[in-house]
Design a protein around this ligand. Structure first.
Ligand SMILES: Cc1ncc(COP(=O)(O)O)c(C=O)c1O
Length: 397
């Protein structure tokens, strides 16, 4: 039974399973809280040990609770297979390491998540791996940065500060024509709204910590792609560096997955309402949200994504100190890093932020699952209070 409605099929995918008699028909996958698996005979042990990624030998290789989640995530992302990790950065660093060796070169988008850029540009240099950061808004910039020794193009679309997109299909075609591997961080859109493997990208990585978890109670990551590429990562970076996901975390994330499509639709709707409201305020110069008509890559967004999530930013001509005063007095928005959870968050000029010309501050908002009307009221009332105290004209229309 397949349902091709882009908005509907994930609901069945995450909520329906055949009865699994290996688990006595348990409706939820049991938590296999075990480090190792024992065998009745030496023959069976030796047979399993030949294939530790498929058979159950040791939980650093394969644990049934984690495997269940990996299969679900692979189905959602339309990947052949998936490997879950202890964090998004464990997944990202493993995926990158699997593609390069000494003497190779990486092209990475200059707006990628800060620690990813740090890993590529500083950490990998010690192993003789060079890199170039590029403006990813055009595949031409990426093409211009390629060298004969380039082995990886690392993308993040949209980026999580200014929400720039990369043309995934064009980047994938360019990379394939030169035998270069492509990786995309898909944490913002999730497989609910964007499936880069269908556009020709080789590997997708996620910080599961964000929307896939959605509960702000877990740190986790995943790499998805072909059996060949992910299998290599599983045998090397996963087994040797050991940044594994525990069975308990996998059970928590599996529980979260049941509501992922529902939550994403809610984040999308509320964030668009708040973003459109902010775009009309006189103290807001620009709202960076890929699904607003004002976004310079709106057309590309419509082509490669079927929806949008709850994280966006806006730029203001007001000084950082004033915006931080405002942020600190918001009641509905907590000040904090990360995003993707049930709670709304605010940061002003977070680390790595840069504003476009004319702007003095960059404010990043995560729109949680609260009422959008309550969030807007809080944003407006707090702005009015802060502005009146500063002898300002108050909020714009
Ligand atoms: C876009 C993006 N990718 C990756 C990561 C890293 O994920 P984790 O914190 O789970 O290691 C983050 C974390 O904030 C992120 O924002």
């Amino acid at each position: 039974m397949t349902n091709n409605n882009d908005r509907e099929w994930p609901y069945t995918s995450v909520n329906h399973d055949a009865v699994d008699e290996r688990h006595h028909g348990a409706i939820n996958i049991p938590i296999y809280q075990t480090s190792l698996f024992a065998f009745e005979t030496y023959d069976k042990f030796q047979q399993a040990a030949r294939n530790p990624q498929v058979e159950h030998v040791y939980s650093r290789g394969n644990n049934p609770t984690v495997r269940y989640l990996e299969d679900k995530l692979a189905e959602l992302e339309r990947a052949e297979t998936a490997k879950c990790f202890a964090s998004g950065m464990a997944a990202i660093s493993a995926a990158i390491l699997s593609t390069v060796k000494t003497g190779d070169h990486i092209v990475c988008v200059d707006q990628a998540y800060g620690p990813t850029r740090d890993f590529v540009t500083r950490y990998l240099r010690r192993f003789g791996i060079e890199s170039t950061l590029v403006d990813g808004s055009s595949p031409d910039h990426i093409r211009d940065a390629l060298r004969p020794e380039t082995k990886l193009i690392y993308l993040e679309s949209p980026t999580s500060m200014l929400f720039q997109l990369q043309d995934l299909a064009a980047c994938a075609a360019l990379a394939r024509s030169r035998g270069i591997v492509t990786i995309v961080d898909n944490s913002w859109a999730t497989p609910i709204f964007q499936r880069p493997l269908e556009l020709g990208i080789d590997l997708v990585v996620h910080s599961i910590t964000k929307y896939i978890s959605g509960q702000s109670d877990s740190v986790a990551g995943v790499v998805l792609g072909s059996g060949q590429l992910v299998g290599r990562i599983a045998n090397d970076e996963y087994m040797l560096l050991g940044g594994i996901m525990t069975a308990y975390t996998a059970a928590q994330i599996t529980r979260s997955l049941r509501t992922l499509p529902l939550r994403m639709e809610r984040h999308e709707r509320s964030a668009l309402t708040v973003a459109a409201h902010l775009a009309e305020q006189s103290h807001v110069l620009r709202v960076n949200h890929p699904a607003l008509d004002s976004h310079p890559q709106r057309e590309l967004g419509l082509r490669q994504m079927s929806g949008s999530s709850g994280l966006f930013s806006f730029e203001s001509a007001e000084p950082v100190e004033k915006m931080r005063q405002w942020a600190g007095r918001l009641r509905m928005f907590k000040i904090g890093v990360s995003w993707g959870g049930f709670e709304s968050l605010v940061t002003v000029n977070p680390a790595g932020a840069s504003c476009a010309e004319g702007a003095r501050s960059l404010i990043r908002l995560h729109i949680g699952l609260e009422s959008a009307a309550d969030l807007i009221l809080d944003l407006d009332q707090t702005w009015a209070a802060v502005s009146s105290e500063g002898g300002d004209d108050g909020p714009g229309a």
